[in-house]
Every structure is written in structure tokens, then in C-alpha cells.
Design a protein around this ligand. Sequence first.
Ligand code: NAD
Ligand code: MG
Length: 393
Amino acid sequence: MSASSRKRIVLLGATGSIGENTLRVIATHPDKLELVGIAAHSNHARLAEIARAHPGVRHVAVFDHAAFAAAKSAHAFPADVALHGGLAGLNFLAQLPEADTVLVAVVGTAGLEPALAALAAGKNLALASKEILVLAGKFVMAAARASGAKLLPVDSEHNAVFQCIQGHPSADVSRIVLTASGGAFRDWPVEKLAHVTVADALKHPNWSMGPKITVDSATLANKGLELIEAQCLFGLRADQCHAVLHPQSIVHALVEFTDGAMLAQLCPPSMTFPIQHALLHPARAPGVDAPLDLTKLLSLEFRPVDEARFPMLRLAREVMHAGGSAPAAYNAANEIAVAAFLAGHIPFLAIPQVVDKTLQTLTSFEPADLAAVLAVDAEARRVATSSLPTFRV
Ligand code: NAD
Ligand code: MG
């Protein structure tokens, strides 16, 4: 591939865990990939380092206004880099004329507008931010269909399903099974969960990730969000989407076909595999990390998830069946509850209670447009926030 046919990448959320892994993938394939734009919430010093390491970067967006002002006065960026601020800055990067693929790895739902902007501009959208599909999946999928833009899942389980399902008519798929490591507390006695600290919840057995998703892995809200994400991405019914505990995180998902055959995708638990797959798609190339070594002892275990231990999974199943606005409320209430837990305001076991209370308070309906979904998001945040004092430590 010549330098001119390199895929040009915009990376939103460049300073996070997915962002850093994406930079490793891009640095491994200088002949195939070129970074042209980067954005983050506020860490402009790190953005400047990235811009210096990747000379193709011409546009940088800093979401936070104070950090944007500080970035401008710091003069740390190469002279040919244009600085952009706020959500408008992210939206501008998402539609850069020279970009081929926009990778959205902004934590939470702040990446929704940029993701829709990228699709509207016909860019390939490599999507890591699962919260976006949970909040507004119907509208994101419609935007992709309308422009014909490719939506490439980066979340490892969905990337795995995407790989296994290729070339198979949807009528032949009977169900999909996402694997869950079980997070930090998989093997803790249930009685001890009442005393979990923030430090305990941030110790993930297999994956190194940002704080919000690490807590979501400990409650299994992450798997709940992923089941909703899968239902939306692959157009499945709620009863076709399943989760199974798989402590090794080697098999990322399985697809079962109507004849009972299953296809699985296997690779070590490193996000460089799905990120590279999404960025190079449909091409393949040697990766950043070594593949599995089958000459070493490798055992794969699967066991059912105990929904009594993980109420966030039961609640996810309920919202998948309810449909409409329920997934948006689940996601918003979870974000509020996780932030309150990380700030030391509520105990670990209160996270599902805040979400349950919010879901019980709000009546589910079919949102007619994006504005209606955003209103549900805001209302669920308000209800969840007002319930926090009931659960204070
Ligand atoms: P992280 O906390 O490590 O990084 C978040 C990134 O988002 C940072 O670069 C931050 O600056 C940026 N950001 C936050 N708010 C922003 C805003 N308003 N505008 C611009 N940038 C903003 O998070 P992460 O672990 O990298 O996860 C990112 C997303 O990817 C999440 O949605 C997560 O669910 C999803 N995901 C992560 C992993 C993983 O292994 N880390 C795996 C699958 C999916
Ligand atoms: Mg995942």
C-alpha cells in the first residue's frame, strides 16, 4: 500500500485506555494507517505529545473550555496544528474532509453527536463507546443506513460477533453469546460485597481499562450494556442475546447458528486486536501483540452467570424486553451511580439499587426522535441523582 492510500484516522478519546491502544496499532502500521486528528476531554499536554509523535495530525480538539484556553496559551503543539474547542471542535474533527475513519472512544455518551456527524459525512465509524448505542442505538443505526457508512464495532465482544457473523444470512443465526470475565468480584463471597472499596473495584483480573468501565465490569453492568449494544448492532431480539462467564477472556463471543454449530473468536485479552481489526477492515496484517500460543497450557472454562450476584444483568435483560426509552434510562442511572461510587458517596451494592429505583420511577415509551432520547437521559440522571442521598455511605 502506498503512503497516499493509507487510511486516515481521527481518534476521539485519544488520551484514554482505548486511545492509547489505538495509538499503538497506528504506530505498528505506518504504511497502512495515518493519524490526522485527535481529541480528549482536557489533557492537552498528552495531546501535544501525541501530535508531535504523529506528524500527520493537523487538527486537535479539547472539549473542556478552560483546558482549551490553557492549550492555546501553552504553545506546545506543532505550528501546523489547528486547535478546536468544545463539542463543536469534536464535531468538526468527526467530519474532517481528509478522514476515512473516525474512532469514537470517548467515555460515556459525550461522543454521540460526533458519532452521528461522522456517519452523516459518510465516514467509517469505529465505535468503542458502547453507551452511545445503548442511549440512541436506533438513531445511530438509521444514520449509518442513510449514508451507507460502515459501522465497525471496537468493543471486543461485538468485534468478535462481527467477525463470526460475516457472510452468514441473519436468518441462520439463532443466538449470540458474549463472554464475561466476571470482573473483580467474580469469586468473592456475596456477604463481602457490601464492604467493597473503590480500590477493590478498580482491580480487574484480565483487562486494563478506564475507571468507569472497570467498575461496570465488577457489577456486570458492562455486560448488560453490551447485550443491549449487541441487540442493536446486529438487529437481534432480546432472547437471542446471551452472556456466559468465561474467566480467561480468550473467547470473546460465540455465534450459534440454527443447525447448532457455533463459531467463536479467540485472541488474548488485549484491545489492540479488535481495534486493529476495525481500523484495517477488511484487510488483515500482523498485530501489535503476540497471538495465542497453543503450545502452552490453555484451558477455557464457561459457566452460567449468577444473576442474584449481578443484579445489573437482570435489570439489563428487563430493559431489553421493555425496549423504547428503558435502555437510555438504565445507562444514565448507571453513569450517575458509578460516578457517586467512585467519589465515595455510595456503597458498591447501591449501584444496582439506584438503577432499579430510576427504572421503576420512569415509564418506558418509544422515543420519536433524538431530542426525546436526550430528554429521557436528562430525566433519568435527575431521578438517579435525587435518589443518591437514600443510599449514602
Ligand atoms: P478512559 O476513561 O480511559 O478514556 C476516556 C477518554 O475519553 C479520554 O481520552 C478522555 O479525555 C475522553 N473524554 C471524556 N470525556 C470527553 C469529552 N466530553 N470530550 C472529548 N473527550 C472526552 O476510557 P476507556 O476505557 O478508554 O473507554 C472509552 C470508551 O470505550 C468507553 O465508552 C468504554 O465503554 C469503551 N470501551 C473500552 C474498553 C477498554 O478496554 N478500555 C473496551 C471496550 C469498550
Ligand atoms: Mg467489551
